[in-house]
Ligand binder design. Structure first.
Ligand code: KIV
Length: 272
């Protein structure tokens, strides 16, 4: 059994392997998927995007800590090598550092995950410092923050103007100083994430943030073609599993309706 990657190992990527081999991260939520990718990826994020991909919600806001615990536990217990990060869902940490600690420690205790991720820039520096000083490793998430969908009005690229880019860079600096061990940068121009990556001592993990981040992250459902509702520009689809599923189920339905299934190979016979 391989040793699980720790926060220390992830930080080390910045100075050792990142130039040749960027960190490979994937968002996944189930035991079955986690088992399949255990020996392939470095980091699994049990993301609150599950609200949309698994539960069919319009956005991530309805996800609860208990949902994160159920899925986090399934992923941790089905893997041995990747570092597992679990998202703090909307409404479970914003109020105060103490509330964030209660949610984060509950999630870590009940899932066995090594760290948590929270969305936010300088306004969450105090919370990140509070958590990381108390044994909760925090992965940051800046740029497009899907939990702010209602105030943003949509999944909109961030940091496009000079002023907006400056703000994203300031957010990065604030959360690094507060103690994040790595950070996701979502949907910002490559120029912006490049400045952050060059000036940070922790690994940056990009999703729609260009080619120069220390690692990349995508949602497993997106790259496998399992989430047809919407595919962002930054996603590369590596398979069309949804089509394979509908084809297979159509064949099964035809077989049943045409009495081609079950065959004699699929039935039991009495022994007397
Ligand atoms: O929940 C999620 O899938 C995420 C990724 C977009 C990084 O936070």
């Amino acid at each position: 059994m391989n040793k699980r990657l720790s926060v220390r190992d992830i930080r080390k990527f910045k100075f050792t392997m990142s130039k040749q081999k960027p960190l490979v991260s994937l968002v996944c939520y189930t035991a079955q998927m986690a088992r399949l990718i255990n020996n392939i990826v470095d980091i699994i994020l049990v993301g609150d995007s599950m609200g949309m991909t698994i539960y069919g919600h319009e956005n991530t806001l309805l996800v609860t800590p208990q949902m994160m615990i159920n899925h986090g536990k399934a992923v941790v217990s089905s893997t041995s090598r990747p570092h597992i990060v679990v998202d703090l869902p909307f409404g479970s940490y914003e109020e105060s550092p103490e509330k964030a600690f209660r949610t984060a420690s509950r999630i870590m205790k009940h899932t066995g995950a090594q760290s948590v991720k929270l969305e936010g820039g300088k306004e969450f520096a105090e919370t990140i410092y509070f958590l990381s000083q108390r044994g909760v490793p925090v992965m940051g998430h800046i740029g497009l923050m899907p939990q702010r969908i209602q105030t943003l009005g949509g999944f909109i690229t961030q940091g496009k103007t000079q002023e907006a880019s400056k703000q994203v860079i300031e957010d990065a600096k604030a959360i690094i100083d507060a103690g994040v061990f790595s950070m996701v940068i979502e949907a910002v121009p490559e120029e912006t994430s490049n400045i952050i990556t060059k000036n940070s001592e922790i690994p940056t993990i990009g999703i729609g943030a260009g080619r120069t981040c220390d690692g990349q992250i995508l949602v497993a459902h997106d790259i496998l073609g399992l989430y047809g509702d919407f595919t962002p520009k930054f996603v590369k689809k590596y398979a069309e599993i949804d089509k394979k599923i509908t084809d297979a189920v159509t064949q099964y339905a035809d077989d049943v309706r045409n009495k081609k299934f079950p065959t004699k190979n699929n039935i039991f016979k009495a022994s007397i």
